[in-house]
Design a protein around this ligand. Structure first.
Ligand code: ADP
Ligand code: MG
Length: 697
């Protein structure tokens, strides 16, 4: 048997830098490099030459079409395919792909959400090539990563603001690095590793559940009787069907040049995780979109449905997308690496303290950036971080920071002598595994892991926020250091600044159990925001503080932020409305008829009996009572939907959904779940939690 190297095909569908170097004339390649480094812009001839090479390569690899691949504000990706082939002037087929088609596209974008940014007189959106993210081939289509903007240049997507935020953090972080003496550093790039969690359920079950098909989550379902015991079932070896699925996922991702590393997740039955190796944030976010797409499509091929929703099953762990974030210079220094030289230590402290201040100042925004309607069901429930933002630094860093507070005294006392106030720092183990799994933001050795992000969301916005808030504080610190000439003065001032930051923002640091009720009370005492619902957090997007932050750093204009908040509100309302309607529909057309069908023979048997049997009586009255509850709850929910529908403002509607409709859905659900526990299993026509979670593979 011939054994093929599984990595032979690695990157074969990616038009990456190596390939560009190989296939482009050197001056063209050089121009492209300069463009990526923002030292130059792309001229028409260079674009034509790149397009030509790309087309040749794509054609050799079976691609017949190309598309500008973009990320509208729906949170997913969009594409419109154009074939390479067209008639020449003699009507003969010509394979063509011009630099113009590579650089710019004009999709008819009127059906993408714009939050009012596209005026009716200019309904078009424009896509522009993001030459920092490599093109790739998917299903015979050459996909070119692009940004998506309006005629007036306003961002209509998730990529353009991310690129702007990268510029902001790069400039600010470089400034600090340069102040600390490292003049060679020209750029600082946020690096991100995204761990993606997901569920796999058998497609047969999935298709029978209208709620899963239409909303991505189950709207009802009783918990299996023996959850713990069934967890043992889960811990067995990877079922062969899942293993085959994972193998194909890996192969697909490797072809796209994504360093995928799949692993079984220990958390919930049928739940898995895939984590590629970290990359620059722009590419990491693009790759994550591809990973979600590959997971869904591959699952389908293997008879599974891949659920990316944050909470497909109530009472079972939800899914997140852990966002591991660090800052790395163009000469590969990780700025969150504690290091072992005092000067580096101080620089490291400046970055950590800047991050602490940034998170404390913009906790509401961070909370918002990590969520959507789906994540509300996850945050604070079953092993998910709570909705309260806090940072866990680990005992080593905490010790260092505490010693820093003492060290300032020394600084003031002995201004002239060199000092090493944080000598303990060099002992920080690089593989800091001192983890607190209950913290939404944990320092893990040389990066921060943001664990709040929902599994179904684009990771873009959370990183826009991380980048921008940190850039903002770094700039503030740079201002305070810029008038100093001598290294020693810079260090002394930096330490003072760090100490002050710690004094002012200490409240955001928490190393205890983030899942406990005590923390909720403690956080309140500290004055930390605890925004229970996503919809309420949307207001953070348009607060004066946020508007100033984003405009000052040239990431969003006020208009763009208002548009985005409108889209968020509207999306939340739509999701909530669909869920409520599906629940009502399933109650009326599936559950209630099921109960009615069960009551009929029972009632008939009762009548036929000489003596009334107490079991039948009990069962009948219980079923009657449940039927009544379901019917009335469905009516009440429907009435509520009408009431909410008459409210004009989307935000207000969203709030009403959360506080008024959701509890009614819960009431309805509890009747349905209760019914499931007394119903004849053989007759229950909908796949149960037990079936979906424990018999899917
Ligand atoms: P865990 O599940 O313990 O959090 P994983 O290994 O599953 O860890 O995932 C960690 C993620 O963090 C991976 O994607 C990894 O590539 C990424 N990562 C590692 N180092 C860095 C770094 N310096 N910056 C950003 N991401 C990183
Ligand atoms: Mg993790």
């Amino acid at each position: 048997m011939k054994i093929t190297d599984p990595f032979d095909e690695f990157g074969c569908l990616l038009f990456d830098e190596t390939l560009m170097q190989e296939r482009l004339p050197y001056p063209i390649y050089k121009r492209w490099k300069e463009t990526v480094a923002k030292e130059d812009s792309l001229d028409r001839n260079t674009a034509d030459a790149i397009a030509h090479a790309m087309k040749r390569w794509a054609q050799e690899n079976g691609a017949t079409h190309f598309t500008h691949w973009f990320q509208p504000m729906t949170g997913s990706t969009a594409e419109k395919h154009d074939s390479f082939i067209e008639p020449d002037e003699n009507g003969q087929p010509l394979v063509r792909f011009s630099g113009k088609s590579l650089i710019k596209g004009e999709p008819d974008a009127s059906s993408f959400p714009s939050g009012g940014l596209r005026a009716t007189f200019e309904a078009r959106g424009y896509t522009y090539w993001d030459c920092t993210s490599p093109a790739f081939i998917r299903d015979n289509v050459l996909c070119i990563p692009t940004i998506f903007v309006s005629y007036n240049g306003e961002s209509l997507d998730k990529k353009a603001p991310l690129l702007k935020s990268i510029e902001a953090i790069s400039a600010a972080a470089t400034r600090i690095v340069n102040i600390f003496g490292d003049k060679d550093v020209k750029r600082v790039i946020p690096m991100v590793g995204l761990e993606q969690e997901y569920f796999l359920v058998d497609k047969r079950y999935f298709e029978q559940r209208q709620d899963l098909v239409l909303t991505g989550r189950t709207l009802f379902g009783a918990m299996p009787a023996k959850g713990q015991e069934l967890e043992d079932h889960y811990f067995g070896s990877i079922p062969s069907r899942v293993a085959a699925f994972m193998k194909e996922v890996n192969q697909e991702l490797w072809k796209l040049g994504i360093y995928a590393k799949t692993e079984h997740n220990e958390a919930a039955p049928c739940q898995f995780e895939i984590a590629p190796i970290f990359n620059s944030v722009n590419i990491a976010v693009d790759q994550n979109q591809l990973i979600m797409d590959v997971l869904r499509k591959t699952a389908d091929k293997h008879g599974f449905a891949c659920l990316l929703h944050e909470k497909p099953f109530a009472g079972i762990n939800g899914s997140g997308k852990h966002n591991n974030w660090s800052l790395v210079t163009d000469d590969h220094q990780n700025l969150f690496e504690p290091g072992d030289k005092p000067a580096e230590n101080i620089r490291f402290l400046v970055f950590v303290c800047a991050f602490i201040q940034a998170v404390d100042q913009h906790a509401e925004l961070l909370r918002m950036s990590s969520s959507g309607a789906g994540n509300d069901h996850r945050l604070g429930a079953n092993e998910a971080p709570p909705a309260i933002i806090s940072i866990y630094l680990g005992s080593y860093i905490e010790k260092v920071l505490n010693s820093l507070k003492g060290a300032v005294q020394t600084v003031e006392d002995q201004q002239d002598s060199p000092f090493t106030p944080i000598s303990g720092l060099s002992y920080i183990p690089k593989d800091n595994t001192d983890r607190n799994r209950t913290s939404p933001l944990a320092f893990t050795g040389n990066k921060f892991e943001f664990r709040m992000l929902g599994s179904s969301l684009s990771a873009s916005f959370a990183n826009v926020v991380l980048n921008t808030i940190t850039a903002d504080v770094l700039n503030e610190i740079a201002e305070q250091l810029s008038d100093l000439k001598y290294k020693q003065d810079i260090r002394a001032r930096a330490l003072e600044i760090c100490t002050q930051i710690l004094k002012d923002h200490e409240r955001i640091l928490f190393s205890g159990d983030g899942y406990s009720q005590e923390w909720v009370a403690e956080a309140k005492r500290r004055g930390l925001p605890n925004i229970p619902s996503f919809i309420e957090s949307v207001s953070a997007l348009t607060s004066p503080k946020t508007i100033e932050l984003f405009t000052r750093n040239h990431v969003y204009t006020e208009k763009e932020l208002i548009a985005r908040s409108e889209i968020m509100n509207e999306q939340y309302v739509k999701v909530s409305e669909i869920e409520a309607k599906v629940l009502i529909d399933m109650t009326r057309t599936e559950i209630l008829p099921l109960v009615a069908r069960e009551i009929q023979p029972l009632a008939a048997t009762m009548q036929a009996l000489d003596q009334p049997a107490s079991y039948f009586q009990k069962q009948l009255s219980h079923l009657n009572e449940l039927m009544d509850r379901m019917d009335k709850s469905a009516d009440r929910l429907e009435g509520k939907l009408k009431e909410i529908d008459s409210v004009a403002d989307y935000h207000e509607r969203g709030i009403r959904f959360y506080y008024e409709a959701a509890p009614l859905m819960q009431q309805l659900r509890s009747a349905i779940d209760e019914h499931e526990t007394i119903f004849d299993k053989k007759q229950y026509t909908l796949p149960t939690y037990e079936q979906m979670l424990f018999h899917s593979n």
